[in-house]
Design a binder for this molecule. Structure first.
Ligand code: HEM
Length: 286
C-alpha cells in the first residue's frame, strides 16, 4: 500500500519523476518557487494576475476613443455628413430645421430607429415639416426654395420652427443652407404658439402645428394633414380609403404608433380587433 502511494504502480518509480523536465526541474516548480519568493505578496499577485483581463476590458471600454460621444463642432457649423453622426446611437439626437441644428435628445417622440427618429434623426427635416411629409425620401431634401412653398406650407414650417427652437437647444447651423434667408419663417413664427399649445387657435394663431393641436383638443374634425392633431390612444375614424381597404370605410379604432416601415399610422380596429395601417390623411376624430 505504501509503495502504491509513493511509486508508480507499473514501474515502481517515484511518480513525481515522470514530471521532471529535461532541465531537471519539476513542472510548476518555477511558478511555485516564484510565488514562494513573493512571500506574503503571493495572494495579491495571484488576484491581480487573475483580474488583469477584466481590468484591461474595462479600461478599453472606458477609454476607447471611438466609443466616446463626439463633441458638437466647435464653430457650430455642421454639414449633412457631420449631422448624420448625431443620430442618437453614441451621440445625441439632432435634426435640422431651417438651417438650424437642434438637439432633440430630450424628446419622448424622437428616438433612434423608431417613428419620427427613424425619419429625421441626424437629418434635415425642413422640407418634410413644411410639406407635412412623413416620407423617408423627403428627409435631407435640399432641392427646394422657400418660394416653392404655398402659404399653408410656409405657415406649417414656421409652426414647426417655433416648436423646435423654443422646446430644444439650438446647437449649430447647417452649412448646406449657408446664405439662405429665413426671415419670413422667423417672422411668421413669432405669431405662432409652440406645438401643443391648446389655446393657440382660440388666441388667434391660425396656422401650423399649434392650430392643429388646439383643434384636436377642441374636437375639431380637421384632417391630420394640417399637423399633429391626434395622440396615441385617441379614438379615430378612417375615411377616404382606397379599394384594398374599402370595407373599413367609416370604421373606428384606436390610434397606436406611426410605423415608417409600413408607411403609415397603425390603428387597432374596433370591429376586427386587428391592426391596420392608414395614411395621416385617412384619420380623423369621430
Ligand atoms: C395622423 C397624423 C399624425 C398623428 C396622429 C401624429 C401623432 C403624434 C403624436 C401623438 C405625437 C406625440 C405628441 C406628444 O407626445 O406631445 C407626435 C409628435 C410629433 N409629430 Fe406627429 N402625428 C401626425 C402627423 C405628423 C406629421 C404630418 C408631422 C410632420 C411632417 C409630424 C411631426 C411630429 C413631430 C416632429 C413630433 C415630435 C415633436 C417633439 O417631440 O418635439 N406628425 N405626433
Amino acid at each position: 500500500m505504501h509503495a502504491r502511494d509513493s511509486t508508480c504502480a507499473s514501474s515502481g518509480v517515484d511518480p513525481r519523476r515522470h514530471l521532471v523536465s529535461r532541465h531537471g526541474r519539476l513542472a510548476g516548480e518555477g511558478l511555485c518557487s516564484t510565488l514562494m519568493s513573493l512571500g506574503d505578496w503571493a495572494p495579491l499577485a495571484v488576484t491581480l494576475a487573475a483580474s488583469l483581463p477584466v481590468v484591461v476590458f474595462l479600461f478599453r471600454k472606458l477609454f476607447k476613443r471611438e466609443e466616446l460621444p463626439e463633441a458638437f463642432p466647435a464653430d457650430g457649423v455642421f454639414n449633412l455628413e457631420i449631422l448624420s453622426r448625431f443620430d442618437g446611437v453614441k451621440n445625441p439626437i439632432c435634426m435640422a430645421v431651417c438651417g438650424k441644428v437642434i438637439d432633440v435628445s430630450s424628446s419622448d417622440n424622437i428616438k433612434h430607429g423608431e417613428g419620427y427618429g427613424k425619419l429625421w434623426a441626424g437629418k434635415d427635416a425642413t422640407f418634410s415639416l413644411a410639406t407635412l411629409s412623413l416620407k423617408e425620401e423627403d428627409a435631407n431634401k435640399l432641392d427646394f426654395t422657400l418660394k416653392d412653398f404655398t402659404e399653408e406650407q410656409h405657415k406649417a414650417l414656421a409652426g414647426w420652427y417655433k416648436h423646435f427652437t423654443t422646446k430644444y437647444a439650438i446647437v449649430g447651423q447647417l452649412k448646406e443652407y449657408e446664405g439662405w434667408d429665413w426671415t419670413s419663417v422667423e417672422e411668421e413664427a413669432k405669431h405662432q404658439k409652440p406645438f401643443a399649445s391648446a389655446n393657440a387657435a382660440a388666441e388667434g394663431d391660425e396656422s401650423g402645428p399649434a392650430k392643429a393641436a388646439a383643434e384636436a383638443k377642441q374636437g375639431s374634425s380637421q384632417k391630420p394633414e394640417a399637423g399633429v392633431v391626434l395622440a396615441k390612444g385617441n379614438k379615430v375614424v378612417v375615411s377616404g380609403l382606397d379599394e384594398a381597404q374599402k370595407e373599413l370605410e367609416g370604421a373606428t379604432g384606436v390610434l397606436q404608433n406611426y410605423s415608417p416601415d409600413k408607411g403609415g399610422f397603425e390603428v387597432l380596429m374596433d370591429s376586427t380587433g386587428e391592426v391596420a395601417v392608414f395614411k395621416p390623411s385617412q384619420l380623423s376624430k369621430p
